[in-house]
Design a protein around this ligand. Structure first.
Ligand SMILES: Cc1cc2nc3c(=O)[nH]c(=O)nc-3n(C[C@H](O)[C@H](O)[C@H](O)COP(=O)(O)OP(=O)(O)OC[C@H]3O[C@@H](n4cnc5c(N)ncnc54)[C@H](O)[C@@H]3O)c2cc1C
Length: 453
């Protein structure tokens, strides 16, 4: 049996733990209940039993514009475990050995990005100037308002701006797929422009790539749990919430766990993806249109292939591929070496928005990734593959489609003491770590205001 708490939070991903830390900082006793054997949600890591290397379920990249996340990581004591690329510099291959680098200039934003675009050699000078004009139009559209963009997909938008096939395939679409995790014909132009504005056309520091030098779980779970426990709270793994139980005046009185335990509190936050939430709602809420609409939110997959070669195949920390199925290669040796760990030939490959290939077998996916690697970096053929691990996240993130604008809820619900958090909550951002942390902070602030903290 648990001791009653002020707030019960269901789900220990970035959203649940950031809500927990924010509430603990205001002195509330919080119980964070997590279904899995360890906290971390979709951003988790594990140690590979053979190599001992830390494996993230998928390489996660943060950016300098992730203000809420960077503040949260500072609070849990792990900001020094992040590597900051002061200037954005990405090597992008568009064919065998044909690489061009997107490199921002040491100029105030957004001039730093204008310079990067003008140096991008996969586009002709004319295409670069046209892309620059298109970027300026996008920013003007953003300033004028959001509504017209919510009716366009990224593909519609880029076509409207007169961007040709080469500019679409080697510039606009790779950015859209990487940041929104879906195909340009599906993704909302409004979310795309918001990301471009925040990440690439804001302050110079905002476009810095930031990645963890440690495994994802190590980055935030321990520090967050300690803060929550210091104020009499707890983070309880293997605590599967099966039902929210109603009490007086239609409020939630307690949660019931699969093992029969119950936990009461004055306020409840669900920080879980929508398809999980729909499983434990009180019976009378299931048919409520407020909640029922969440079933219409769809998801988009990500495939990650982790591979260990007998030698390093690139010196870069990360490399982009265009015109290939594989989009990104992360050189874990370079990323983790900063932390003094990891096998020399350990690479992670990422395929976002992987709808078309996610049902392929693991062997086929590995073959695809290796074929792309060998084509783009021919010297890699000499490296011998020692071991590979294919991880498919079929429901990696909420699809950033046009319907999502109407379907994403805010923090509050029709139940007075029940609140929502998670990357899919309406934050104006795609479903990312930053959206999850913002939603967690918002839920915590709402609950604190209600309790009077
Ligand atoms: C492969 C991959 C790569 C990604 N790359 C990036 C990236 O580069 N940058 C970026 O910003 N974002 C990235 N993301 C997205 C990012 O991981 C998510 O946005 C973020 O982790 C979501 O956090 P969350 O707390 O909202 O949800 P989750 O992490 O899903 O947390 C919800 C938690 O609730 C728990 N739960 C569910 N039901 C119950 C229940 N009944 N009882 C108790 N607990 C329950 C779940 O087990 C889970 O731990 C990526 C995602 C994936 C899958």
């Amino acid at each position: 049996m648990f001791e009653a708490k002020d707030v019960v939070i269901i789900g220990a991903g970035f959203a649940g733990l950031s809500a927990g830390v924010a509430l603990a900082d205001k002195g509330f006793r919080v119980a964070v209940l997590e279904r899995k054997p360890a906290p971390g949600g979709r951003a988790y890591s594990f140690a590979d039993s053979e190599t001992g290397d830390l494996v993230d379920n998928g390489q996660h990249v943060l950016m300098g514009c992730y203000r809420a996340t960077l503040d949260f990581l500072a609070r849990v004591g792990s900001r020094d475990q992040l590597a900051f690329h002061q200037d954005l510099e990405i090597e992008i291959f568009d064919g065998p050995g044909k690489s061009a680098t997107v490199r921002t200039a040491r100029l105030p934003g957004p001039m730093h990005m204008a310079a990067a675009l003008m140096r991008y050699k996969h586009l002709s000078i004319g295409e670069r100037i046209s892309a620059m004009r298109a970027a300026m139009k996008l920013l003007a559209m953003h300033r004028r308002g959001y509504v017209e963009l919510t009716r366009l997909t990224v593909a519609d938008l880029v076509a409207t701006l007169g961007q040709g096939a080469r500019a679409r395939e080697t510039f606009w679409y790779p950015i859209a797929v990487a940041t929104l995790n879906d195909e340009p014909t599906v993704s909302s132009a409004a979310l795309f422009v918001e990301v471009l504005k925040r990440a690439f056309f804001g302050r110079r520091a905002d476009s810095a790539f930031v990645y963890p030098k440690v495994g994802l779980s190590e980055l935030y779970c321990k520090g967050a749990s300690e803060i929550i426990e210091q104020t009499g709270g707890l983070v309880e793994p293997r605590a599967i919430v099966e039902a929210l139980e109603l009490g007086a005046e239609g409020r939630i009185a307690s949660v019931r766990l699969r093992d029969g335990r119950r936990l009461g509190a004055s306020n409840f936050i669900a920080a879980v993806p929508p398809h999980h939430l729909l499983r434990f709602l009180p019976e009378n809420a299931v048919g409520d249109p407020f909640f029922a609409r969440f079933a219409d939110l769809s998801t988009s997959p990500i495939v990650c292939v982790h591979a260990w070669f007998d030698r390093p195949v690139t010196d870069s920390a990360f490399v982009g591929f265009v015109g290939a199925t594989t989009q990104w290669l992360f050189n874990k040796r370079r990323i983790f070496d900063l932390h003094g760990q990891s096998h020399p030939g350990y690479l992670s490959f990422v395929i976002s928005g992987a709808r078309k290939i996610v049902d392929n077998s693991n062997a086929e996916l590995l073959e695809t990734v290796l074929a792309d690697l060998h084509r783009m970096i021919p010297a890699s053929r000499e490296a011998k593959l020692l071991k590979a691990l294919v991880l498919k996240e079929k429901q990696a993130t909420m699809a950033p489609d046009l319907r999502s604008h109407q379907l994403r809820p805010g923090t509050g619900t029709p139940i007075a003491n029940f609140f929502l958090a998670g990357d899919w909550i309406q934050t104006g951002l795609p479903a990312t770590i930053e959206s999850a942390v913002i939603s967690g902070n918002n839920a915590a602030a709402t609950v604190a205001a209600r309790i009077g903290g």
